[in-house]
Design a protein around this ligand. Sequence first.
Ligand code: C2O
Length: 514
Amino acid sequence: AQDRVYTFVLEERLGAPDGVEKTMLVVNGLYPGPTIEVNEGDRVIVNVTNLMPNATAIHWHGLYQRGTPYFDGTNAITQCGIPPGESLVYNFTLDGWSGTTWYHAHYSTQYTDGVTGAFIVHGKNETVPSYDAEIVVQLSDLYHGFSTDLLRQYLSTQGMTGEGLTGVTQGNEPVPDAGTINGVGQWGNSTAYSNYTLEANKTYRLRLANTGSFAASRFSVDGHILTVIEADGVPITPYEVSGLVIDVAQRYSVLLKTNRTTGAYWMRGSVQEDSFTYDEPGFNGNQLAIIRYGVDDSAMPSAELAASDPGAGDGAPGDLDVSLLVPSDFVEAPNSTISYTLTISMQNTATNNWLSFVNSTSWSPLAGQATLFDSLTLNSTGANVYDDSQLIITIPQKEVVDIVINNYDDGDHPFHLHGMKVFVMGNGAGRYQGQALNSNNPLRRDTVLLPAYTWTVLRFVADNPGMWAFHCHLSWHMAAGLLMQWSVMPAEAALLTPPQQMLDQCSMLKGISD
Ligand code: C2O
């Protein structure tokens, strides 16, 4: 194991990922930010300096943070934000986690404006087929408007006009203008593409991540079949597909065999519009990149830009069916020892704010922050230090928890649990009424899509002390309160002390707000 040291400087910059200039929030001047690539067991030390106008926190999506829950990087949950002009050193080890993930700002909708990057952990004994080389492929939707403006419009009745803002109305989520693949998109007349030069007769591992804010993305490569081998850090029994839909915050690794010797082919992402209630003028959901065999000779792919299918040829497999993913390491889900039922809904409140609810609560960072100001070690005092507007379920000692979720909303929600993976025990139409669950090597992952008007049962072993968020990963929904928290083993968590730097930043922010 090694120490891996990174320096991140976060700042506001103008950028034009798809040819349209917009205000962005970026890491070291880059979008996406630098890739963190380490080995399982390594210590990762990231010195984050915040030169943005607002506070921030950086979350390492899906990682366990066992023993360092205060470095989970969730604003108003595990830390007070890093105030503008300040730095915070995150310092954690990667015990027991390997695979493909990403990092992002976890402060309101900040990551929508750019603070994202890939996080690759090479496993000690990862049970995936061998490959020769790998490529990180980050797919994201893209908004021309600045997320704070879009959010204000979504949450309230205020009128708004301007580039990328006109279609947004209260309660209707802002829809993207375009998409990007590794930070490059095509809008209007823009014809910039990311390029990859591949060698023939090799096997490439494409590490795919949807680092977007609202829309799922379908991924395919013209003329090539893909073999899924990993989902959210879990090795998968190889599964051949023509293409796959990746929900927001999910990751997959797919193998691509370079079965050609010459030519150029499109690598295609396509922003899925299922959840759009309107289209932005000029919407372009293409997320195109080019793979070329041999030298980078600027040859262009021959297939139509607008083709909708990868055309992998006769007898090509279908698209990924998530219910058919089988982890390659067999694990029987343990019996649950406790069960909680959560309902999801979106409602307009008495004050005419359109908010998201888990049961009868809508998470608010202000309420969370107020608590943190007075007692950062909320874990030491248990759930009662919280404002009533926060739904926090306390698990005093190790339990196997069933989360029974009824989604009463007409939208799909990619839900993410921090700190632990979940077993996907079952799902179906309507609400849960005791339907049979599958404990026989169920899919395990950290981000699960809860389709509209369905039930899902997720099971997790609550043995990682800390305060763990559980939330919809769509930026707009998270900011509208679709988040609750699990306080796991608070007495043990209280023994884990955050660094002084973090405590000092709470006082600084308190000073600002007083
Ligand atoms: Cu990817 Cu709560 O985060």
